[in-house]
Design a protein around this ligand. Structure first.
Ligand code: ADP
Ligand code: MG
Length: 154
């Protein structure tokens, strides 16, 4: 589902048969859906990149609990600070810019073919990433808003 959050609304179809019945069901319910290829080699891990303005302020790796493919913190995912590549930085900043967001949580998966963008959150949670990285993100957001508000007033 396009409106899902915290991993709820993300469904893994293990066979073509179940994919078909899931798609049929959502069409019948008149709900908009987004279909993505399942990236098996992600091993239930993803990368959350936190962007404020044109800067990356923190990034973390999330790992899902056994038996779960979704790495969201609300699904029990564990977090750790991670260094990201230049390409990952570029994807995160570009996605944020194209969506016109001041603050964004960009989710990437490390696939065999390199980093893939899976989702951009316009209202990302702070707790998990602040705990994993030690960055005071709330403060960074306040500084960003103050700076931009001032610029706009001029
Ligand atoms: N295409 C995919 N392949 C593998 N894992 C995925 C894929 N899409 C999502 N996931 C896993 O499910 C989690 C939740 O999906 P996401 O699209 O970020 O939705 P939400 O808005 O609920 O966070 C991701 O963090 C990732 O661990
Ligand atoms: Mg997500």
């Amino acid at each position: 589902m396009q409106e899902g959050t915290q991993g709820l609304g993300v469904i893994l179809a293990e066979t073509k048969k179940s994919a078909k019945s899931i798609i049929d069901t959502f069409y019948k319910m008149d709900t908009s859906i987004l279909i993505q290829k399942y990236i098996e080699e992600s091993n239930g891990e993803d990368i959350r990149v936190f962007v404020i303005g044109t800067k990356i302020v923190a990034s973390m790796k999330r790992s899902s609990v056994p038996g779960e493919f979704r790495s969201n913190v609300h699904r029990g995912g564990e977090t750790e600070a991670v260094k990201i590549s230049l390409k990952e930085k570029y994807i995160a900043l570009n996605a944020t810019k194209h969506l016109g967001l001041g603050v964004a949580g960009v989710d990437l998966i490390r696939s065999k073919k390199g980093p893939l963008l899976i989702e951009v959150n316009a209202s990302p949670g702070l707790q998990g990433i602040e705990a994993a990285t030690g960055v005071n993100i709330a403060k960074e957001i306040v500084l960003f808003v103050e700076k931009n508000g001032r610029r706009r007033r001029k």
